[in-house]
Ligand binder design. Structure first.
Ligand code: C2E
Ligand code: MG
Ligand code: MG
Ligand code: MG
Length: 282
């Protein structure tokens, strides 16, 4: 009996794994066609100057409008794209699409000609030595200044310990394109990255911001990161601001910028555009 039950359980387990594998293969093969079928979208989350609440720009966040499965989160398909070699074409697309959109907004709303965007890059994209050239070309094509684009990387890019990564980062620095270190504090943080590489912005991960009020130690971490960044001449963006109280705390700490549901969720381009229309520069 026990043996039979064991077998049955094994069969169910096996079946689940099988389902998962099929699901994953489906996503992978759909992903290969997604760009050609125009299924990818960029959502725009406002980034705000905390002292004045002025709109600084947007973080560009990719979404996949799957014909059957609906809107799929990047957390679900970016890792797959990285594994199956699709990340560079997805990355190129996000960059082009968001730069095109930014230029259009800057032109339409002349009081917002200094609006900027933050674009996320995967560590895999930093294996391509031509990346700075690609980025530079997109900026030229869209007649954007280098400081209108912020490149977001995570600490994971440093794991490879690859010479290519530091070459790319110093070329981007020469092009005067600012680099932001995303999700700071959650990865294999090493303080040495902060001074060894040309990083101009630290983004404090939302998990710290959310817990600031509940546990004093998180408040201390946020304080320490902010002070450290400022000492090194960097600006700070706080992620995941959801309450007015969090905003006030961050203002007191002298944190320059922030984003989060308190200011706005990631928005479709047309909705983000309305926000630009109604928000004043001064
Ligand atoms: P991220 O770069 O750290 O982006 C911030 C994430 O936090 C976004 O999730 C955003 O929707 C979410 N968020 C913003 N404010 C709040 C808040 O107040 N509360 C909460 N609970 N969440 C908030 P999203 O859009 O699902 O993106 C997840 C991750 O996927 C991003 O994390 C980024 O690592 C990656 N990603 C998104 N777009 C791209 C892309 O174009 N290329 C690459 N390589 N990765 C991307
Ligand atoms: Mg990011
Ligand atoms: Mg982040
Ligand atoms: Mg994060």
């Amino acid at each position: 009996r026990a043996k039979e039950m064991g077998k049955a359980r094994y069969a169910i387990f096996n079946q689940e794994l099988h389902q998962q594998a099929i699901q994953r293969l489906e996503i992978e093969s759909d992903l290969k066609k997604a760009l050609a079928f125009n299924e990818m979208l960029v959502y725009y989350q406002p980034i705000v100057e905390l002292q004045t609440k002025r709109l600084k720009g947007f973080e560009c966040l990719i979404r996949w409008q799957h014909p059957k499965k609906g809107l799929i989160s990047p957390l679900e398909f970016i890792p797959i794209a990285e594994e199956c070699g699709l990340i560079s074409s997805l990355g190129d697309w996000v960059l082009q699409e968001s730069c095109r959109q930014l230029k259009q907004w800057q032109t339409r709303y002349s009081h917002h000609s200094e609006l900027s965007i933050n674009v996320n890059f995967s560590p895999k994209q930093f294996e391509d030595i031509y990346l700075p050239q690609t980025i530079h070309n997109v900026l030229l094509d869209n007649e954007l200044e280098p400081h209108h684009l912020n490149i977001e990387i995570t600490e994971n890019v440093f794991l490879s310990n690859n010479i290519t990564v530091s070459k790319i980062l110093s070329q981007l620095d020469k092009l005067q394109i600012p680099i932001s270190l995303d999700d700071f504090g959650t990865g294999y943080s090493s303080l040495s990255y902060l001074h060894r590489f040309p990083i101009s912005v630290i983004k404090i991960d939302g998990s710290f911001i959310r817990q600031m009020q509940n546990h004093n130690k998180y408040l201390e971490i946020v304080k320490t990161i902010t002070t450290l960044g400022h000492t090194l001449g960097m600006k700070i963006i706080a992620e995941g601001i959801e309450t007015e109280r969090q905003l006030h705390t961050l203002q007191e700490l002298g944190c320059e910028f922030g984003q989060g549901y308190f200011f706005g969720k990631p928005l479709q381009a047309s909705v983000a555009e309305k926000l630009i229309q109604i928000s004043n520069k001064d």
